[in-house]
Every structure is written in C-alpha cells, then in structure tokens.
Ligand binder design. Structure first.
Ligand code: NAD
Ligand code: TYD
Length: 362
C-alpha cells in the first residue's frame, strides 16, 4: 500500500507516519506501507519528529504546499498513492485569532486542491472506487458544549466559533461534497484535543510543562474552567490508521479520550508531576499559576462520544489521562534537544491570540 500523508512533520501527522512505518500489520501481510510525507514545513514542522523512521526505504518527503494545485497534483502523479491521509493544517486557535488568512489558505483552499488532486489521480489510474481519502478533523467544528450537555457525536450540528474551527468546518464540508458529487471515497475523523511527545510548545500542555520546569508564570486563560477531552496522540494515530483500513467511505467517526479535564486541573497536575520528577516539594509549582485575560470567543467545553468508532472500527483509547500525562511530562523533561531550539528560533512562549481579530488575507 502506498500512502500519502500530509502534515507529517507535525505533531499528529508524525505519529501517524511512525505508526504506519513501524506499528501496522496490513491485511494479508506483506511489507509495510510506503509513505510519502507531504509537508511544506511551516513553523510547526520538525524533522526530529520523524527521525526514528526517516532512514527507512519506505519513507519519502516532499516539501510541497497543499494549496499549490499544480505542485500537489505533480506530487501525487509521481508517487501514485492508494490513499491520502490529510493532516496538513494551521492548527493553533490563538494564531487563527491573530492571523486568520493563512488558516483559510491552508485549511480551506489547501483541502480543496488536495481533494482535486486526489480525485484526478484516482481517476487517472482508474481506481476511484478503491482509493481512500482520510480527512483528519477536530471536534471544535461542533462549537462550545454546555456543561450539562451530552458529548458530541457524528450527528451533532456544526457550529464553529473560531477562525480555526470555521476553516476546519469548511474543509469537512468540501470533503463530504467530493464524496457525494464525484464519488471520491472519503472518511472523516473528528477528534478531541491531543497531547503527547513532539507537541509544539504553543499548545497548553507542552507550554505549561516547559514553563513549569523553568519556574516561570503559568498563564491560565480566564478562570481555568474550560474543559477539554484529552486523547494521547498515539491512540489518535491508531484511530486514523484504523479508519483508513476499516472505515466505510462516506462515513464520519468521532474520536476522543473520554477524559474531560478543566484547564486548571490539567495545569495543577502538570505542576505536581514536574515537582515530583525534579525532586522538588510536590505542590510548590502550583504557586506559578497566573490567571490571565480570557481568549476571545473561548469555547467552554469539548467532549466526544466515540461509541461509533469503538463499535464499528473496534478502536478504543489505550492510554488513560493520568498515565498519558505522566509519559508526556517525562518525555518533555528528557527531550529538551527537541523543544529548546523551537523556543530559541520560532516561538519564545509569549501570549498569542489576544488582539481579537487579524487583518491578513487568504
Ligand atoms: P501541527 O500544527 O503540529 O502540524 C501541521 C503540519 O502541517 C506541520 O508540519 C506543517 O508544516 C504542515 N503544513 C501546514 N500548512 C501546510 C501546507 N499549506 N502545505 C503542506 N504542509 C503544511 O498540527 P497537528 O496538531 O499535528 O494537527 C494535525 C491535524 O489534526 C490538523 O488537521 C488538525 O486540525 C487536526 N487535529 C488536531 C488536534 C490537536 O489536538 N492537535 C485535534 C484534532 C484534530
Ligand atoms: P490549546 O492547547 O490552544 O488547544 P485548543 O484551543 O485547540 O483547545 O488550549 C487548550 C485549552 O487551554 C484552551 O481552553 C485554552 C487554554 N490555554 C490556557 O489557558 N493557557 C495557555 O497558555 C494556552 C496556550 C491555552
């Protein structure tokens, strides 16, 4: 099987590639899949995240922008994939508040160009019905869940509220349209918040680990009451590959960890784990927690009911939040080689997303 993965130098895409190249047994056996990593290498990309597999013959990288139609078409014609697994995106809500234009360009226009290129390539090789296009999306398209509301499912109405989630919602609609209109066999996954190794330090969990280690203030937005449903990234990678191999074309699968936590609980748990790992008094780092102005349009709660994925794909999370957070803290403390250059060269840990509206164009 030949699989083109977009965004494979990012957090989740690299976990998918590591899983495809080292963890998957294909139905019928045979050599593992050959993977083309299509990633234009934005600020969020790191080659360190695929260093464990990039020497394999079955791994290739193409530095192509998915929004560049002719280039993405040429890449697919040359590689001749059986499937595309699409993760390339601008992924950070706070950056989408500061500069929404790039989110429209990559997440909306890029998904459109990729759908067109995949469809043309599948038709060129007369394999439209056997092709697969897996679109990796987010639960944020469903909007802000009330505290007492039931978790999101595949039938929850779309209600995106941030530039990021609006761009992902648009991309989901294009994917469904390409299935209905052109018969491209698409599968959509909508997943909750991920965490784990190689998570870019702009996101809550890695940022708090790194700042807690340094003894710096830990900025919690608002009162820290917002809730996210956390899934360990390797469980998400397994869900995506299972959806690719066993999912039904035209279907959507909601993927989540059933691990709802308030932001304050997450940050306090990180403080205690860092104290413990560094041999300091457990609880001491909680004094670093600092409540700061809330994010504009901050969604209150996300939570996923993944019953369909569990029953129809036989997938379920394998790492609970307590274990996953411990592994993540240990990984960040042991792998400064990976994140310190990112802080030095790309993002120094400053607050993002406070201006309440960027003015850039797609
Ligand atoms: P990330 O920001 O860590 O990585 C994105 C990757 O895409 C980067 O390597 C970047 O270089 C690449 N990329 C960006 N624009 C590109 C372009 N125009 N052409 C080619 N490559 C480009 O993101 P992530 O957290 O790994 O998220 C991956 C996907 O999963 C995204 O589609 C995101 O919406 C979705 N998702 C993320 C989460 C989460 O918690 N992080 C949860 C659910 C769904
Ligand atoms: P984030 O990791 O940006 O993911 P998302 O916005 O996609 O859920 O943020 C997770 C939660 O943590 C979200 O409610 C915002 C909050 N947050 C903070 O309180 N402080 C921070 O410094 C960051 C980056 C996020």
């Amino acid at each position: 099987m030949r699989i083109a993965v977009t965004g494979g130098l990012g957090f989740i895409g690299s976990a998918v590639i590591r899983h495809l190249l080292t963890g998957v047994e294909l139905p019928g056996g045979g050599p593992g899949p050959t993977v083309l990593n299509i990633d234009k290498a934005t600020y969020a990309a790191t080659t360190g995240s695929v260093a464990s597999v990039s020497d394999l013959d079955r791994y290739q990288h193409a530095a192509v922008d998915i929004a560049d139609g002719p280039s993405i078409q040429a890449a697919l014609i040359e590689f001749e994939p059986d499937a595309v697994v699409h993760l390339a995106a601008e992924s950070h809500v706070d950056r989408s508040i500061d500069g929404p234009g790039q989110f429209i360009r990559t997440n909306v226009v890029g998904t459109f160009e990729l759908l067109q290129a995949a469809r043309m390539e599948a038709e060129r090789r007369s394999m439209l019905e056997d092709f697969r296009f897996v679109h990796v999306s987010t639960d944020e398209v469903f909007g802000s869940l009330a505290m007492d509301a039931a978790p999101f499912t595949e039938t929850t109405a779309y209600d995106p509220r941030s530039p990021y989630s609006a761009s992902k919602a648009a991309s989901d609609h294009f994917v469904r349209a390409w299935h209905e209109t052109y018969g491209l066999p698409t599968i959509i996954t909508n997943c909750s918040n991920n965490y784990g190794p190689f998570h870019f330090p702009e996101k809550l969990i890695p940022l708090m680990i790194i700042k807690a280690k340094a003894g710096e203030p830990l900025p919690v937005y608002g009162k820290g009451e917002n809730i996210r449903d956390w899934l360990y990234v390797e469980d998400h990678a397994r869900a995506i590959v299972t959806a690719l191999l066993q999912g039904a074309p035209g279907e959507t699968y909601a993927i989540g960890g059933s691990a709802e936590q308030s932001n304050l609980d997450v940050v306090q748990a990180i403080c205690d784990l860092v104290d413990e790992a560094l041999g300091d008094r457990v609880g001491g780092r909680r004094d670093l927690i600092t409540f700061v102005d809330d994010r504009p349009g901050h969604d209150l709660r996300y939570a996923i009911d993944s019953t369909k994925a569990q029953t129809e794909l036989g997938w379920k999370p394998s790492v609970d939040f307590t274990e996953g957070l411990r592994r993540t803290v240990d990984w960040f403390l042991a792998n400064e080689w990976w994140w310190q250059p990112l802080l030095d060269e790309r993002y120094a840990g400053q607050r993002l997303g406070t201006v309440g509206g960027g003015d850039d164009q797609p």
